[in-house]
Write a protein that binds this ligand. Structure first.
Ligand code: GLY
Ligand code: MN
Ligand code: MN
Length: 437
């Protein structure tokens, strides 16, 4: 894996040429008072280094004669390590992470300038960490002040994140292996959830079982807060209270995925808790499934990114008009975004180190970038009819039998050289299988 991290750094360094790039680690996130969440490294930092500690800084200085990759890390400290665990430390970091030079983080201000002063520009992502922004800006201003005398130094600030977005979009086999493992665990949890769901259980009981499987199978936990939404709760897109007792006649929408070794799965299934769709649930389920299958057909190398969303939107809009839930001419409804009353989110996002993974979607001329082999994308259309739905002025009133139904179906799809692979195919989604409890 170290070879792969090195390869990524080399690729980025080739892109930044005479510049210097600085990355700081994620902060420790506070749960409450002085209790912290488990540390999770910033995805860009991790992508380039594999280094998993807070209070660290990575510098890439391709033009530097000796030190092209420099790490600043927490020094070894026996007392601190008793409280918060093992630290790699300065000595071992050099060896293990392939840095040309490693310093204790306490020496950042003293040692950083030597890697900046010959760079023609500074690559840094402003905006995530205000305190660290200040550190970087102070260094930059000092160098600008001495530029007239020295004739070198960064005269522009650029965002390295943009370069990394392009790189991170295409997954390396090592990354795919981790995504596949996250998916396999999540598939198992979804199948178990469908097995155990029944009227009278609480949503959190399903959550507990799924997250138990995530951990028991070696995952680090949920990739995002698990959504276990029964009945009308399914109409709340990010419902995470998970405290309702599930009732006969409810649909259960489960949007849950596991994180495994920094990579994520993101799966949604919706099924009747008692194994039987009502007529309205069935009609809408079939509509969402058709939209999802048609959208997946568009996930092909070379196809522009918007095409799968357009496909899903068209099917759903046509279906809603046919059912009398929307009225008007299809193209105009889509143009005016009327479908958003019932399908209010996008059809998918890239998936990787982040659940909503990075990836530049458009070209400067506003055209959409195409899918490439190695992209992993979610495909997740839905239809949601909130209990208190009120139509826009030009739209029809709806009958109560439609209210309180929320359906989403989400798969994770890998773009291959000639087509795609549905990574999450291990969780059934056909109408018959959803009813086959
Ligand atoms: N679970 C978050 C999403 O589907 O995007
Ligand atoms: Mn999801
Ligand atoms: Mn998703």
């Amino acid at each position: 894996m170290q070879t792969e991290y090195r390869h990524r750094r080399e690729k980025l360094m080739a892109a930044i040429g005479e510049g210097t790039a600085v990355f700081n680690s994620a902060p420790m996130a506070v749960m409450h008072n002085d209790v912290e969440y488990q540390f999770r490294q910033d995805s860009d930092f991790f992508y380039l280094t594999g280094f998993n500690e807070p209070d660290s800084v990575a510098v890439l200085a391709p033009h530097h004669e000796e030190h092209r990759f420099v790490l600043f890390v927490r020094p070894k400290d026996k007392d601190q390590e008793i409280w918060s665990g093992y630290r790699v430390g300065v000595e071992a970091a050099k060896e293990r992470y392939g840095a040309d030079q490693v310093y204790p983080i306490t020496e950042l201000d003293e040692k950083l300038p030597q890697y900046l002063k010959k760079a023609d520009r500074l690559y840094y992502h402003l905006g995530r960490d205000r305190a660290f922004n200040q550190t970087i800006l102070t260094h930059w201003q000092r160098l600008l002040a001495t530029y007239p005398k020295r004739g070198t130094g960064p005269t522009a600030l650029e965002d390295a994140k943009l370069l990394l977005q392009t790189m991170r979009r295409v997954k390396h086999p090592e990354e795919l292996a981790r995504i596949r493992r996250a998916v396999a665990i999540s598939v198992k949890a979804h199948n178990q959830a469908r097995e155990m769901a029944q009227p009278g259980l609480y949503e959190y009981e399903i959550q507990a079982e799924m997250e138990r499987i995530f951990r028991m199978e070696g995952g680090s936990g949920p990739a995002y807060p698990s959504i276990i939404a029964s009945g009308p709760n399914a109409c709340i897109l990010h419902y995470i209270d998970n405290n309702r007792s599930m009732q006969k006649g409810d649909l259960l929408l489960i949007d849950a995925g596991c994180a495994y070794d920094y990579y994520n799965a993101d799966i949604t299934r919706t099924f009747p808790i008692d194994g039987q769709f009502t007529p309205e649930q069935r009609i809408l389920y079939e509509l969402v499934l058709e939209a999802q299958l048609k959208a997946i057909e568009q996930v092909l190398p070379g196809h522009p990114f918007n095409q799968f969303h357009d496909a899903a939107t068209r099917i759903i809009t046509e279906g809603l008009v046919e059912l009398g839930l929307l009225q008007g001419e299809i193209d105009q409804l889509i143009e005016e975004k009327k479908h958003k009353a019932f399908f209010m989110h996008g059809t998918g996002h890239f998936l990787g180190l982040d659940v909503h993974d990075t990836g530049v979607l458009r070209n400067p001329d506003k055209t959409w970038k195409p899918f490439q082999p190695g992209n992993v994308v979610t495909v997740e259309p839905g239809v949601y009819i909130p209990p208190n739905y009120e139509p826009a002025e030009d739209q029809p009133q709806i009958e109560d039998r439609w209210r309180g139904i929320g359906i989403r179906i989400e798969d994770d799809v890998l773009v291959t050289d000639n087509g795609h692979e549905i990574l999450t195919a291990g969780v059934p989604k056909s109408l018959a299988e959803m009813e086959g409890k």
